[in-house]
Design a protein around this ligand. Structure first.
Ligand code: PEP
Ligand code: MG
Length: 586
């Protein structure tokens, strides 16, 4: 019998609260089923391009792992760093890479199969040398080769529905597309080497109520499939092989947390109203249809943000207009007369869709690139299918259209014009659509949009402040990069000034304004946002109870005067102190 492994506690970034216990499911383990097919001469350049992209992805992963390794204890960090350097060099230029390119051309086989064939040939050659040092090198080559193949297969859907019930997923990285596949009935929580608190993976974990800890450099080295494991997403801890006493302590904590949640759930029937009678609309953000029962249960006023990216993830083709209509229509019907704010596609940045990458290429991976409305306006066929689906869903219940990543008024004018023309076409074909046409609103999430909110208000029917991106772009901090996570601060005066100017512009133009970034679901920010004049907040269903509780404690006059004091400050630390002091129970 193998001796029981020692209990190990490792620290990371708690990105989704709660405690989960289960058995380790290693995401990257298990044999890869490598697709192998012959290609036509005309397909050679496309396969070479796929390989080129996969090499770039693998190199990027190695770079990120290397910077993570620097936070490990000196000796381990140094060893890992050497190894990762060697992997990086292999990806730059090596017999493996050269051979793979050659095989695509000469053997006319797909990129995955060429990498595999070249790896096998190198391994066979090494095996005849009878040298232990060289034998170890073949493991490194296999590691690099597997990484390239996984990158090539990255967006080929790897279903997670066969994962045993009660698993905790451990992975090098969980992308938003991976997160979109997580079924909370089977996977109780997850942890990963890479990732930050503000990325969409973290947002989805919170939306699904899955405890998660990210950014743990040693994670995949220290865990094995079958280990028992606890994820403490509230404190950012992972406990591998917990002792019985540790387990019992966490079980007790879990019971306590569940009780607190059910206490908050009782607020469901209570109005969302401040102590002095101001009604605050609490709405829900939805990333995945699986969240709908939670949204209906939470008693949301409306859906303040429906992210439509889920329809495009984990598939190699673009969903037809009819498919989109069905998915959106189901959500609209489920809301039974309450408004659904449907955001047009915001693929780009960290949210990727293979079908679109094939079409557009790498540029989408840049947060400053072809993202959101920019992509939609460049690809009218994509926008037309989406607008048609939204307008048709609007015949089933009230909808609003929300445009993401707007940076100029021209984009809004163009999009509105496009919506009108699409509606006209549908009317001519006698297809039932929303009548009158849905309001068209703008996400304020780019500094240029916030700074020209007065102009944008004249061409928009409503505003939704996307504080996640607004903070990222204002502070110039990638929201997915844990190395600069400390600089990501929505309480920085620069961000708050943009929020204030946007709110004042909306109020002056008498258009509705809400906040749908993550700060809307954090009770720490509630008094400040209310004090700034925002009366609608949209958040994940899990956050509704805690935020409603906070709303019911607030006096508007006091919140406004604290917001005034805060807005006269220039130091983010002092702002945080003034806010926390205001929030502290008396
Ligand atoms: C935001 O940026 O605040 C937002 C709500 O949009 P997303 O998180 O989807 O980018
Ligand atoms: Mg955004």
């Amino acid at each position: 019998m193998t001796p029981a492994r020692k209990e190990l506690i490792i620290k990371g970034l708690g990105v989704s609260p709660g405690i989960a216990m289960g058995v380790v499911y290693m995401r990257e383990s298990g044999a890869l089923v490598i697709p192998e097919y012959t290609i036509k001469t005309a397909e050679i350049p496309a396969q070479k391009k796929r390989l080129e992209r996969a090499l770039r992805t693998a190199k990027r992963q190695i770079g990120r792992l290397k910077s993570k390794a620097s936070s490990l204890p000196a000796k381990t960090g140094e060893e890992m760093s050497f190894l990762l350097d060697a992997y990086g060099q292999m990806l730059d230029d090596s017999r493996l890479v050269r051979g793979a390119y050659r095989r695509i051309e000469q053997d006319r086989i797909n990129a995955e199969a060429s990498v595999q064939a070249e790896t096998n040939e190198i391994a066979e050659g090494f095996a005849t040398l009878d040298d232990t040092y060289i034998a170890a090198r073949i493991d490194d080559i296999r590691e690099v080769s597997e990484r390239i193949i996984r990158a090539l297969m990255k967006n080929i859907v790897k279903p997670l529905d066969t994962v045993p019930k009660g698993s905790i997923m451990i992975s090098e990285e969980v992308t938003p597309a991976d997160a979109a596949q997580l079924n909370p009935k089977r996977i109780f929580g997850f942890a990963a080497v890479l990732g930050g608190a503000q990325g969409h993976t973290a947002i989805m974990a919170r939306a699904l109520g899955l405890p998660a800890v990210l950014g743990i450099p040693s994670l995949t080295r220290l865990t094995r499939s079958g280990d028992t494991i606890i994820i403490d997403g509230s404190r950012g801890r992972v406990i591998i092989n917990p002792k019985p006493a540790t387990r019992a302590a966490f079980e007790a904590k879990q019971v306590k947390q569940r009780k607190a949640l059910s206490r908050l759930a009782r607020l469901r029937r209570q109005p969302s109203i401040t102590r002095d009678g101001m009604e605050i609309a609490l709405s829900c953000n939805v990333e995945l249809p699986i969240e709908m029962p939670g949204v209906l249960n939470a008693g949301a006023a409306s859906i303040g943000l429906l992210r439509t990216e889920f329809m495009f993830m984990n598939r190699n083709d673009i969903p037809s207009e009819d498919e989109q209509f069905k998915m959106l229509g189901n959500i609209v019907k489920a809301m039974d007369g309450r408004v659904v704010t449907i955001r047009t596609l915001d693929i780009g940045g960290e949210k990727l869709a293979q079908a679109l990458i094939n079409d557009i290429g790498e540029t989408t991976q840049s947060a400053l690139g072809l993202r959101g409305i920019r992509l939609s306006l460049k690809k009218p066929e994509l926008l037309e299918a989406q607008i048609t689906a939204i307008l048709r869903a609007g015949a089933l219940g009230p909808v609003r259209i929300l445009l993401p990543m707007v940076s100029t008024t021209r984009e809004v004018i163009k999009a509105r014009d496009f919506i009108k023309r699409t509606a006209l076409k549908l009317k001519r074909k006698k297809i039932p659509i929303a009548d009158p046409l849905p309001p068209v609103g703008v996400m304020i999430e780019v500094p240029s949009a916030a700074l020209t909110a007065d102009a944008l208000a004249s061409v928009s029917d409503f505003f939704a402040i996307g504080s996640n991106d607004l903070t990222m772009y204002t502070m110039a901090v990638d929201r997915t990069d844990e190395q600069v996570a400390k600089l990501y601060n929505p309480l920085h005066p620069s961000v708050l000034r943009l929020i204030r100017f946007t709110t004042e512009s909306a109020l002056k133009s008498r258009i509705p304004i809400s906040v749908c970034g993550e700060i809307a679901g954090d009770p720490r920010f509630t008094a400040l946002l209310l004090g700034l004049g925002i009366h609608e907040l949209s958040m994940s269903a899990h956050a509704l109870g805690p935020v409603k509780q906070r709303v019911r404690e607030i006096e508007m006059a006091a919140a406004q005067s604290r917001a005034d004091i805060i807005m006269s400050q220039t130091d983010a630390g002092r702002i945080a102190m003034l806010l926390d002091d205001f929030n502290a129970p008396v």
